[in-house]
Write a protein that binds this ligand. Structure first.
Ligand code: UDP
Length: 327
Protein backbone atom coordinates (compact mmCIF):
# COMPACT_ATOMS: atom_id res chain seq x y z
CA UNK A 1 0.00 0.00 0.00
CA UNK A 2 0.98 3.64 -0.35
CA UNK A 3 0.63 6.02 2.56
CA UNK A 4 1.13 9.69 3.30
CA UNK A 5 2.14 10.70 6.83
CA UNK A 6 1.69 14.38 7.66
CA UNK A 7 4.11 15.21 10.47
CA UNK A 8 6.19 12.22 9.40
CA UNK A 9 9.44 13.64 10.79
CA UNK A 10 7.95 13.97 14.24
CA UNK A 11 8.45 11.52 17.06
CA UNK A 12 5.38 9.33 16.40
CA UNK A 13 5.39 9.98 12.64
CA UNK A 14 8.94 8.74 12.21
CA UNK A 15 8.20 5.52 14.11
CA UNK A 16 5.09 5.03 11.98
CA UNK A 17 7.14 5.56 8.82
CA UNK A 18 9.69 3.01 9.99
CA UNK A 19 7.02 0.40 10.78
CA UNK A 20 5.26 0.89 7.43
CA UNK A 21 8.55 0.52 5.56
CA UNK A 22 9.21 -2.70 7.46
CA UNK A 23 5.85 -3.91 6.16
CA UNK A 24 7.12 -3.14 2.64
CA UNK A 25 4.73 -0.26 2.05
CA UNK A 26 5.70 2.82 0.08
CA UNK A 27 5.46 6.05 2.00
CA UNK A 28 5.54 9.78 1.57
CA UNK A 29 5.94 12.18 4.41
CA UNK A 30 5.40 15.90 4.65
CA UNK A 31 6.74 17.85 7.60
CA UNK A 32 7.70 21.48 8.12
CA UNK A 33 10.13 20.53 10.93
CA UNK A 34 8.37 22.90 13.34
CA UNK A 35 8.51 20.28 16.09
CA UNK A 36 9.83 17.36 14.04
CA UNK A 37 13.47 16.86 13.13
CA UNK A 38 15.36 15.68 10.09
CA UNK A 39 17.42 13.48 12.44
CA UNK A 40 14.29 11.42 13.10
CA UNK A 41 14.17 10.26 9.47
CA UNK A 42 17.88 10.27 8.59
CA UNK A 43 18.06 6.47 8.77
CA UNK A 44 15.08 6.06 6.39
CA UNK A 45 16.38 8.23 3.57
CA UNK A 46 18.26 5.45 1.80
CA UNK A 47 15.13 3.29 1.47
CA UNK A 48 13.82 3.64 -2.11
CA UNK A 49 10.24 3.35 -0.83
CA UNK A 50 10.65 6.39 1.40
CA UNK A 51 9.93 9.87 0.05
CA UNK A 52 10.01 13.05 2.05
CA UNK A 53 9.05 16.65 1.51
CA UNK A 54 10.04 19.34 3.97
CA UNK A 55 7.15 21.74 3.58
CA UNK A 56 4.04 22.95 5.36
CA UNK A 57 0.71 21.17 4.84
CA UNK A 58 -0.68 24.63 4.20
CA UNK A 59 0.95 24.44 0.73
CA UNK A 60 -2.24 22.96 -0.61
CA UNK A 61 -1.31 22.21 -4.24
CA UNK A 62 1.59 20.14 -2.93
CA UNK A 63 -0.56 18.47 -0.30
CA UNK A 64 -3.15 17.64 -2.98
CA UNK A 65 -0.48 16.05 -5.17
CA UNK A 66 0.84 13.92 -2.31
CA UNK A 67 -2.65 12.78 -1.33
CA UNK A 68 -3.26 11.87 -4.97
CA UNK A 69 -0.31 9.45 -4.92
CA UNK A 70 -1.37 7.38 -1.92
CA UNK A 71 -4.10 5.02 -0.75
CA UNK A 72 -4.56 6.56 2.69
CA UNK A 73 -3.34 9.41 4.88
CA UNK A 74 -2.16 9.38 8.48
CA UNK A 75 -2.69 12.95 9.66
CA UNK A 76 -0.24 13.53 12.49
CA UNK A 77 0.95 17.06 11.75
CA UNK A 78 -0.02 19.22 14.73
CA UNK A 79 1.28 21.56 17.37
CA UNK A 80 2.20 19.35 20.33
CA UNK A 81 3.34 19.65 23.91
CA UNK A 82 1.80 21.63 26.77
CA UNK A 83 4.71 24.10 26.80
CA UNK A 84 4.31 24.99 23.13
CA UNK A 85 0.56 25.36 23.54
CA UNK A 86 0.97 27.84 26.36
CA UNK A 87 3.74 29.79 24.65
CA UNK A 88 2.19 29.82 21.15
CA UNK A 89 -1.58 29.48 21.41
CA UNK A 90 -2.26 31.16 18.05
CA UNK A 91 0.01 28.78 16.20
CA UNK A 92 -1.49 25.82 18.05
CA UNK A 93 -5.08 26.66 17.19
CA UNK A 94 -4.33 27.63 13.59
CA UNK A 95 -2.07 24.66 12.86
CA UNK A 96 -4.36 22.10 14.40
CA UNK A 97 -7.64 23.26 12.92
CA UNK A 98 -6.34 24.67 9.62
CA UNK A 99 -4.11 21.65 8.99
CA UNK A 100 -6.91 19.15 9.46
CA UNK A 101 -9.23 21.25 7.28
CA UNK A 102 -6.62 21.22 4.50
CA UNK A 103 -6.08 17.46 4.70
CA UNK A 104 -9.79 16.60 4.70
CA UNK A 105 -10.64 19.12 1.97
CA UNK A 106 -8.05 17.55 -0.34
CA UNK A 107 -8.68 13.92 0.65
CA UNK A 108 -12.36 14.18 -0.16
CA UNK A 109 -11.58 15.14 -3.77
CA UNK A 110 -9.96 11.73 -4.29
CA UNK A 111 -11.89 9.80 -1.64
CA UNK A 112 -8.77 8.74 0.29
CA UNK A 113 -9.08 7.34 3.82
CA UNK A 114 -7.81 9.69 6.52
CA UNK A 115 -6.74 8.55 9.98
CA UNK A 116 -6.61 11.49 12.38
CA UNK A 117 -4.33 11.54 15.42
CA UNK A 118 -6.34 13.24 18.11
CA UNK A 119 -5.49 13.37 21.79
CA UNK A 120 -6.63 12.25 25.22
CA UNK A 121 -6.61 15.98 26.03
CA UNK A 122 -10.16 16.10 24.63
CA UNK A 123 -11.39 14.40 27.81
CA UNK A 124 -10.13 17.46 29.66
CA UNK A 125 -10.83 17.44 33.38
CA UNK A 126 -13.35 14.62 33.18
CA UNK A 127 -13.07 12.36 36.19
CA UNK A 128 -15.02 9.29 35.15
CA UNK A 129 -11.99 7.02 35.00
CA UNK A 130 -11.32 5.15 32.74
CA UNK A 131 -12.34 7.38 29.83
CA UNK A 132 -14.60 5.73 27.28
CA UNK A 133 -14.77 7.15 23.78
CA UNK A 134 -18.35 8.37 24.25
CA UNK A 135 -17.67 10.13 27.59
CA UNK A 136 -18.51 13.84 27.96
CA UNK A 137 -15.74 16.37 27.45
CA UNK A 138 -15.08 18.62 30.43
CA UNK A 139 -12.89 21.54 29.47
CA UNK A 140 -11.75 24.56 31.44
CA UNK A 141 -12.50 28.21 30.55
CA UNK A 142 -11.18 29.91 27.41
CA UNK A 143 -9.03 32.28 29.48
CA UNK A 144 -6.80 29.30 30.28
CA UNK A 145 -4.94 28.67 27.07
CA UNK A 146 -4.14 25.05 27.85
CA UNK A 147 -7.72 24.17 26.89
CA UNK A 148 -7.29 25.59 23.40
CA UNK A 149 -5.38 22.45 22.47
CA UNK A 150 -8.18 20.13 23.63
CA UNK A 151 -10.70 22.33 21.89
CA UNK A 152 -8.75 22.41 18.61
CA UNK A 153 -8.45 18.62 18.67
CA UNK A 154 -12.16 18.29 19.39
CA UNK A 155 -12.92 20.46 16.35
CA UNK A 156 -10.64 18.21 14.28
CA UNK A 157 -12.66 15.23 15.43
CA UNK A 158 -16.00 16.92 14.70
CA UNK A 159 -14.78 17.86 11.26
CA UNK A 160 -13.47 14.40 10.39
CA UNK A 161 -16.72 12.80 11.55
CA UNK A 162 -18.71 15.39 9.60
CA UNK A 163 -16.77 14.54 6.42
CA UNK A 164 -17.71 10.90 6.95
CA UNK A 165 -21.39 11.52 7.67
CA UNK A 166 -21.99 14.24 5.12
CA UNK A 167 -19.57 13.40 2.31
CA UNK A 168 -18.84 9.70 2.91
CA UNK A 169 -15.10 10.32 3.20
CA UNK A 170 -13.70 7.36 5.20
CA UNK A 171 -12.21 8.90 8.36
CA UNK A 172 -10.93 7.23 11.54
CA UNK A 173 -10.23 9.10 14.79
CA UNK A 174 -7.60 7.91 17.22
CA UNK A 175 -7.19 9.51 20.65
CA UNK A 176 -3.61 8.99 21.65
CA UNK A 177 -2.82 8.89 25.36
CA UNK A 178 0.71 9.69 26.61
CA UNK A 179 2.88 8.03 23.97
CA UNK A 180 6.59 7.78 24.62
CA UNK A 181 9.76 6.18 23.32
CA UNK A 182 13.15 6.80 21.74
CA UNK A 183 13.51 10.05 19.76
CA UNK A 184 10.93 11.89 21.87
CA UNK A 185 12.33 15.23 22.94
CA UNK A 186 11.80 17.05 26.21
CA UNK A 187 11.94 20.38 24.39
CA UNK A 188 8.14 20.74 24.32
CA UNK A 189 7.68 19.73 27.94
CA UNK A 190 7.18 15.95 27.76
CA UNK A 191 7.96 14.53 31.13
CA UNK A 192 9.91 11.31 30.51
CA UNK A 193 12.59 12.68 28.17
CA UNK A 194 12.93 15.67 30.51
CA UNK A 195 13.43 13.51 33.59
CA UNK A 196 15.95 11.31 31.75
CA UNK A 197 17.98 14.29 30.54
CA UNK A 198 17.90 15.89 33.99
CA UNK A 199 18.99 12.64 35.65
CA UNK A 200 21.82 12.07 33.17
CA UNK A 201 23.09 15.63 33.56
CA UNK A 202 22.89 15.46 37.37
CA UNK A 203 20.27 18.24 37.45
CA UNK A 204 17.22 18.18 39.73
CA UNK A 205 14.23 16.29 38.38
CA UNK A 206 11.45 18.86 38.19
CA UNK A 207 8.19 17.37 39.44
CA UNK A 208 5.33 19.80 38.80
CA UNK A 209 2.61 20.25 41.40
CA UNK A 210 2.36 17.61 44.12
CA UNK A 211 3.60 14.81 41.89
CA UNK A 212 0.52 12.81 42.93
CA UNK A 213 -1.02 13.29 39.48
CA UNK A 214 -0.72 10.16 37.37
CA UNK A 215 -0.38 9.24 33.72
CA UNK A 216 -0.36 6.00 31.71
CA UNK A 217 2.59 5.78 29.33
CA UNK A 218 2.45 3.64 26.21
CA UNK A 219 5.39 2.69 24.04
CA UNK A 220 5.30 4.23 20.59
CA UNK A 221 5.75 0.80 18.95
CA UNK A 222 2.47 -0.42 20.46
CA UNK A 223 0.66 2.74 19.38
CA UNK A 224 2.04 2.66 15.85
CA UNK A 225 1.02 -0.96 15.23
CA UNK A 226 -2.52 -0.09 16.31
CA UNK A 227 -2.63 2.85 13.85
CA UNK A 228 -1.51 0.57 11.01
CA UNK A 229 -4.15 -2.05 11.82
CA UNK A 230 -6.94 0.52 12.06
CA UNK A 231 -6.28 2.34 8.81
CA UNK A 232 -7.28 -0.65 6.71
CA UNK A 233 -10.38 -1.67 8.59
CA UNK A 234 -13.79 -0.79 7.20
CA UNK A 235 -15.24 -1.27 10.67
CA UNK A 236 -13.01 1.49 12.02
CA UNK A 237 -14.41 4.13 9.67
CA UNK A 238 -16.47 6.86 11.32
CA UNK A 239 -15.31 5.66 14.74
CA UNK A 240 -13.26 7.07 17.61
CA UNK A 241 -10.67 4.90 19.39
CA UNK A 242 -8.58 5.38 22.52
CA UNK A 243 -5.01 4.13 22.10
CA UNK A 244 -2.43 4.00 24.87
CA UNK A 245 -1.69 2.17 28.07
CA UNK A 246 -4.00 1.81 31.06
CA UNK A 247 -1.29 1.25 33.69
CA UNK A 248 -1.01 4.32 35.90
CA UNK A 249 2.07 5.74 37.56
CA UNK A 250 2.28 8.96 39.60
CA UNK A 251 4.74 11.55 38.33
CA UNK A 252 6.52 11.46 41.68
CA UNK A 253 7.06 7.70 41.38
CA UNK A 254 8.12 8.14 37.78
CA UNK A 255 10.84 10.57 38.92
CA UNK A 256 12.00 8.06 41.54
CA UNK A 257 12.13 5.28 38.96
CA UNK A 258 14.14 7.37 36.48
CA UNK A 259 16.57 8.31 39.23
CA UNK A 260 17.00 4.71 40.28
CA UNK A 261 17.37 3.34 36.73
CA UNK A 262 19.93 5.93 35.70
CA UNK A 263 21.81 5.58 39.01
CA UNK A 264 21.64 9.38 39.22
CA UNK A 265 22.32 11.31 42.39
CA UNK A 266 20.04 14.15 41.21
CA UNK A 267 17.51 15.44 43.71
CA UNK A 268 13.78 15.69 43.09
CA UNK A 269 12.51 19.25 43.09
CA UNK A 270 8.81 20.10 43.40
CA UNK A 271 7.87 23.05 41.22
CA UNK A 272 4.45 24.74 41.61
CA UNK A 273 2.36 24.73 38.42
CA UNK A 274 2.19 28.53 38.36
CA UNK A 275 5.96 28.59 38.09
CA UNK A 276 6.27 25.65 35.69
CA UNK A 277 3.63 26.84 33.20
CA UNK A 278 1.57 29.93 33.92
CA UNK A 279 -0.59 31.36 36.66
CA UNK A 280 -3.72 29.35 37.27
CA UNK A 281 -2.50 26.39 35.21
CA UNK A 282 -4.86 23.43 35.50
CA UNK A 283 -3.49 19.90 35.22
CA UNK A 284 -5.37 16.63 34.94
CA UNK A 285 -4.99 14.48 38.02
CA UNK A 286 -5.57 11.19 36.22
CA UNK A 287 -5.86 10.15 32.63
CA UNK A 288 -6.65 6.51 31.97
CA UNK A 289 -8.07 5.12 28.74
CA UNK A 290 -10.76 2.48 28.51
CA UNK A 291 -9.25 0.17 25.88
CA UNK A 292 -12.21 -2.19 25.46
CA UNK A 293 -13.32 -0.77 22.11
CA UNK A 294 -9.98 -1.05 20.32
CA UNK A 295 -9.25 -4.36 22.02
CA UNK A 296 -12.50 -5.78 20.67
CA UNK A 297 -11.83 -4.62 17.12
CA UNK A 298 -8.13 -5.42 16.68
CA UNK A 299 -7.15 -7.28 19.86
CA UNK A 300 -5.06 -4.28 20.96
CA UNK A 301 -3.19 -4.56 24.25
CA UNK A 302 -0.14 -2.52 25.19
CA UNK A 303 2.79 -4.94 25.43
CA UNK A 304 5.52 -2.83 27.05
CA UNK A 305 5.70 -2.07 30.76
CA UNK A 306 6.90 1.26 32.12
CA UNK A 307 10.15 -0.43 33.19
CA UNK A 308 10.83 -1.70 29.66
CA UNK A 309 9.92 1.68 28.21
CA UNK A 310 12.24 3.57 30.56
CA UNK A 311 15.11 1.13 29.98
CA UNK A 312 14.76 1.64 26.21
CA UNK A 313 14.56 5.41 26.47
CA UNK A 314 17.47 5.68 28.90
CA UNK A 315 19.77 3.61 26.72
CA UNK A 316 18.69 5.63 23.66
CA UNK A 317 19.46 8.89 25.53
CA UNK A 318 22.88 7.58 26.56
CA UNK A 319 23.67 6.46 22.99
CA UNK A 320 22.67 9.84 21.54
CA UNK A 321 24.80 11.63 24.11
CA UNK A 322 27.81 9.54 23.11
CA UNK A 323 27.24 10.15 19.41
CA UNK A 324 26.77 13.89 20.02
CA UNK A 325 30.02 14.04 21.95
CA UNK A 326 31.76 12.09 19.18
CA UNK A 327 30.39 14.41 16.46
N1 UDP B 1 5.59 17.15 34.35
C1 UDP B 1 6.48 17.27 35.43
N2 UDP B 1 7.73 17.72 35.17
C2 UDP B 1 8.18 18.05 33.93
C3 UDP B 1 7.28 17.92 32.84
C4 UDP B 1 5.99 17.48 33.09
O1 UDP B 1 6.12 16.97 36.58
O2 UDP B 1 9.36 18.46 33.82
C5 UDP B 1 4.23 16.64 34.61
C6 UDP B 1 3.09 17.43 33.99
O3 UDP B 1 2.70 18.51 34.81
C7 UDP B 1 2.01 16.36 33.87
C8 UDP B 1 2.80 15.09 33.59
O4 UDP B 1 4.13 15.35 34.03
O5 UDP B 1 1.30 16.21 35.07
C9 UDP B 1 2.84 14.67 32.12
O6 UDP B 1 3.29 15.79 31.37
P1 UDP B 1 3.52 15.74 29.79
O7 UDP B 1 3.77 17.15 29.35
O8 UDP B 1 4.54 14.71 29.46
O9 UDP B 1 2.14 15.21 29.21
P2 UDP B 1 0.60 15.65 29.46
O10 UDP B 1 0.00 14.46 30.10
O11 UDP B 1 0.57 16.84 30.36
O12 UDP B 1 0.10 15.93 28.11
Amino acid sequence: MKYLITGGAGFIGSHLAEALLKGDHEIWIIDDLSTGSINNIEHLKTNPKFHYTIESIFKEPLLAELIDRVDAVFHLAAAVGVRLIIESPVKTIETNIGGTEAVLRNAVKKNKTVLIASSSEVYGKGNHIPFTEDADMLLGPTVKSRWSYACSKAIDEFLALAYWHEKKLPTIITRLFNTVGPRQTGRYGMVIPRFIQQALKGESLTVYGSGKQSRCFADVSDVVSALIKLVNLDKAVGQVFNIGSNKEITIENLARKVKQKTGSSSSIKYVPYDEAYQEGFEDMQRRVPDLAKINKLIGYKPTKTIDQILDGMISYAKRSEVSLRGA
